[in-house]
Structure formats: C-alpha cells, structure tokens
Design a protein. Structure first.
Length: 349
C-alpha cells in the first residue's frame, strides 16, 4: 500500500491540536481518555484546563475525586474520569509514578482498553503498536473492501490484525502513522460522502475502485435509544439552589443535579412531599431533552421557592445527599451537562 503518501499527507494537513504538541505520556493519556466518544472541539478546553490544574500524574493521583469530577464536569461519560483517577493512583502505587510503555501493562490499568493502550504506547513511547477506533475501522474496511460485519468479533479481530500488520511496516513514527489513519477517517474518509478525489490513498483503495465506499463498513442495525421521561425540581432563593448528589455507581454517579425521578406528575408530587413542599406551589417551566448513548431523556422541569432549610434527609435509590448550594459555588461543583440545562431552563444560570 502507498503508505508513504498517507504519512506525508498527514504531516502536511494535520490539525494543530494541543495534545499533538507534547510527548508527555501523562498528557497524551489524558487526551486519549477525553477523546473517547467526544469531539475534538469539545475536548480542547477541558483538556487545557485539566492539564493546567493537574499538570502531572502525581497531582492527579493526589487530587480528591470531587476535584477530578469537577474538572470533567460537562464533558460526559464520567466513568472515564473515575477510571483515569483510579489508574493514576495505581501507577503511583505499582509503577513508581511512571506510566508503563507496554500495551499489556497499560491494559492492566483501570479504564485502559485496547485502543487507549495502543495510542499511549505508540504516540507517547514510539512503540510499533496498533490502535483501532471508529475512524480506523472505517478507513481499513474501505481500503481493503472488508466484507465482514465490523462489530462482530471476527470482524473486529480482522481489523485489528490489519492495523497491526500495517503499523509494523509503516514508515516514520508509529504514533504518526496511527494518527494519520485516524485523521484520514475524521476529515476525508468520513462516514457519509467520503472525499475520494482528495484522498492520499485513493490509488490502492479497493472500495473506491469497486464503487462501494458508501456501503462500508458493514454494520448491523443499531439499537434505537429508549425514551425515558423524568421530572426535575429546581428549588431556589435569591442566593441558593437545591442540588442532589447521585449515588456512586449509578448513571452520573457522584455528580450534582436538581433532584428528580423517572416518571411524571405523580413522581413530582411525591418528590415535593419528600422535600416538605406543597406540590400546588410548584410552577412548571418546560421540558429539557438530552440524548445519552442508549437513552433519550425528556425531563419536565418545575420550579419552586426555597425556604430556610439547607439540608434534607432523603434516602433514595438515586441520591445520597440533598443540599441548598450557594449560587456562587455552582461553577466548582461537579455536574453533568444535563444538570446545567435544567438550571438554565429554570432561570438559575
Ligand atoms: Fe476512503 Fe475514498 Fe480514500 Fe478509499 S479513497 S480511503 S473510500 S476516502
């Protein structure tokens, strides 16, 4: 394959991204973790702030979880932050504070899968290790006109074998080669309308030659997200708003949000009573829609006035704390993006 042309194309057009300006393994690991399931332009400000606040692996290992979640607040997929934090502690404990170079050792860390291990090993340490993400799957499926369903275990194994073979023989730095494949998928060989006429590997591409680029990669039909109806209650005064903390282990575990529940009007009444409020005093303010990987949340928001109370004993399956938080402290608190949307609709933000 015309490998050199892909690499020289990459060196010409590569986007100038902050994590491409460093060889610090810790910084590269943080960026690769943030970039899982999240777009580059969303990640950039979070990455910069995270590295400013926690510039070394040691500083991450020593930080309290609340602080790590606070820096991740709004980026989504919070399990990544918890795993990164746990893995940093393990690196300090078991590897003398130095991130291991080898894929097998990297994979022993919390949250480090095959992709992240390959990325850190090749990009930060220059090892000839492959990586496969959605972009690489698409590019390789097209270049080699793979007929396999790429989500099947046989299809995945085939793509990995191809990626491993290619990186072994690739010219230049293996990390650059891996990034070139991903960059091609992100900017040229896109899911819809691949720009084959401007592609540096159009000559050897079998899908282009056969006119089937748009049909690849082959996938099984995706599961449609389920719609879940919820209610949320925003109780506020001129200086405070009531927030509840999700129990660890649950969706959004450890993050704060206006208290809520799955369901409709009946659950709102129940929640109001638990907070010792008259349900008739609540004012509906509209609905927030929020899409997660497998769920589409429709959250009906109601607003109410906060009295003098600052803390509630509210044992529930979802929350382990409910407090009236000073508005000035909101920015520091770990919240999911959904929580900010709810507060904005109620007029708090
Ligand atoms: Fe993708 Fe087209 Fe390039 Fe083939 S020629 S790798 S289908 S952009």
């Amino acid at each position: 394959m015309a490998m050199a042309s892909l690499l020289s194309w990459y060196h010409r057009v590569a986007r100038d991204l902050p994590w491409r300006r460093t060889r610090d393994p810790y910084a590269i690991w943080v960026s690769e973790t943030m970039l899982q399931q999240t777009r580059v332009d969303t990640v950039t400000p979070y990455y910069e702030r995270f590295l400013r606040e926690l510039p070394t692996l040691q500083s991450l290992a020593e930080a309290p979880e609340e602080r790590v979640l606070g820096l991740w607040s709004g980026l989504g997929y919070y399990r990544r932050a918890r795993m990164l934090h746990a893995a940093a502690r393990r690196v300090v404990r078991e590897h003398g504070g130095r991130l291991p170079e080898e894929v097998q050792q990297l994979r022993g860390l919390e949250g480090v899968g095959a992709y992240t291990a390959g990325a850190v090993s090749s990009i930060a340490f220059g090892r000839r290790e492959a990586l496969v993400d959605g972009n690489v799957v698409r590019v390789l499926a097209r270049l080699f006109a793979l007929d396999d369903e790429v989500e099947s275990s046989a299809g995945k194994a085939r793509v990995w074998r191809l990626a491993e073979r290619l990186v072994k023989d690739a010219p230049g730095e293996p990390g650059d080669w891996n990034q070139a494949l991903m960059e091609l998928g992100a900017t040229v060989c896109t899911p819809r309308d691949p720009r084959c006429s401007g592609c540096p590997v159009s000559a050897p591409c079998l899908a282009r030659a056969r006119g089937i680029a748009g049909e690849l990669p082959r996938t099984s039909a995706r599961r449609a997200p389920v719609t879940v109806r919820r209610i949320a209650l925003v109780l506020m005064s001129a200086s405070r708003v009531v927030l509840a903390r999700r129990r660890p282990g649950a969706l959004f575990g450890g993050l704060w949000e206006p208290p809520g529940a799955d369901g409709g009007a009946r659950e709102l009444t129940r929640l109001a009573r638990r907070l010792e409020l008259d349900p008739r005093s609540l004012e509906p303010v509209g609905e927030v829609r929020h899409v997660l990987t497998h769920r589409r949340l429709h959250v009906a928001v109601a607003r109410g006035s906060l009295g003098r109370r600052r803390r509630w004993e509210v044992p529930s399956a979802e929350y382990d704390a409910i407090e009236a938080v000073a508005l000035g402290d909101l920015a520091e608190l770990a919240q999911a993006r959904l929580s900010r949307k709810l507060l904005a609709l109620a007029g708090v933000l």
